[in-house]
Structure formats: C-alpha cells, structure tokens
Write a protein that binds this ligand. Structure first.
Ligand SMILES: [Zn+2]
Length: 221
C-alpha cells in the first residue's frame, strides 16, 4: 500500500491535535523508511519483476526486520518510548503524541496486509506469510486507498480548523495530488527499472510527502 497509509495519519491527528501531521506521515511509513535503506544495503530484499501483480512491479522476498508482525510491534514500542522520552526532555512532542505515533507505525502492517500477496511474515522470516492479495486487482486497490484517504481527509478537516487559503484548501489539494500520484503508481509504467531507483524514489516520496504535511498542517488549528 502506498498513499492509503496516510489515511491512518489523518485519522490519528485527533489523538493529539498539537502533533504535526508531518510526524504522523513519517510514522505510518516508518517501516518502509527503514526497509528501503536495508534493501540498498543488501540486508532485506526485493526483486524487480514487471507485472508481478496487477498493481506492482516488484516481488518482496525477505523483510524480517521491518515487515514481520512482531517487528512491527517492536518498532511501534520503540517509537512510543522515543516520543515519550523526547516529550520529557525537549519541546518536540507532548506525551499524548506517543500513543498516536505508535499506532501510526503499527497501522502500516495491517494496511499492507490487505494489499500484499502473502509476503508478510509473522516473526522473522517465518514460513507462514500473510497477505490478502488485493494488489492482484488494480482498480480495487486504487479505490480502497482512495476511499481510506478521503475518509481520513474528512475526519482531519472535521477535527481541525483552517485559516487562509492554504488552511482551507491546502490539504484538499494535497489529497488530490496524492490520489493522482497513486494512479500513476498503480496504472503507470514501472517506477524504477532497478532496485536502487525504486528504493530512492520511494524514500523521496515519503520524505517529500511528509514535508508537505508538516507545511500544510501549520495552517490548521
Ligand atoms: Zn510496507
């Protein structure tokens, strides 16, 4: 799953409205932000396989440290602890942000579960791997992510108030942009013809989208 993960960010904003949406954008992709550097280092593995599913052009082969269910809980716990610590020592977070950030990290695995082919291990590289395989149906994948994202946007707009043009319309335009980007991602040609190109473009998307979320969230109160 790609932009659908941000639905969780938009919904979790309600838990602590002082927490920037940008942090929640980073948290929902936290395990992917770890995954791609590990792929580049040769520690976890994906293969480029054109039309591996109707929606993707890669095969996820080995990802015990980032995408096992147990690892997801551990990362969520570590993020929880880190945010709690930062909320005590610095002014970056309030304590309520820790729960929202941990849930955001954890949401990634469960949303991935809907779309992935059976490649999500329970623990380590367990032989039992899960994935309900919606990626085999491109239009259904697109509509699921779009539906989730629009529900998230609706709840976000309800729980915050915008000032000025960017505050009122910025997040709506950003969501439309994400929907277009996902259309290109699912229905367009392969993003990168190499593992390195795919990894770098994914990481650039995650940080770019988070940057926009940090920026636009400042106009919502
Ligand atoms: Zn993932």
């Amino acid at each position: 799953m790609f932009v659908g993960h941000y639905a969780a960010s938009l919904m979790l904003k309600q838990v602590d409205r002082r927490l920037s949406l940008g942090w929640l954008f980073l948290a929902v992709q936290f395990v992917d932000i770890l995954f791609f550097p590990l792929v580049l280092l040769g520690i976890e593995r994906l293969n480029i396989v054109e039309n591996y599913t109707a929606s993707t052009h890669f095969e996820l082969v080995y990802m015990p440290f980032t995408h096992s269910l147990v690892a997801s809980f551990i990362w969520a716990f570590i993020v929880y602890g880190g945010v709690r610590l930062l909320s005590r020592k610095q002014r970056w977070f309030y304590p309520a942000a820790a729960g929202a950030m941990a849930l955001a990290v954890l949401s990634h695995w469960f949303l991935d579960l809907l779309v992935h082919t059976p490649d999500l291990p329970l623990l380590g590289d367990s032989s039992l791997k899960l994935g309900l395989g919606l990626w085999n149906h491109a239009l259904a994948t697109y509509l699921l992510e779009a539906g989730l994202l629009m529900l998230g946007l609706f709840l976000y707009l309800k729980s915050t108030r915008g000032s000025g043009f960017l505050g009122k319309y910025g997040m709506i335009m950003f969501t439309v942009f994400l929907l277009l980007a996902n259309g290109h991602n699912i229905f367009g040609p392969p993003m990168g013809e190499s593992v390195a190109a795919l990894s770098v473009s994914a990481l650039m998307s995650y940080f770019g989208f988070a940057g926009l979320a940090f920026w636009l969230d400042r106009y919502r109160h």
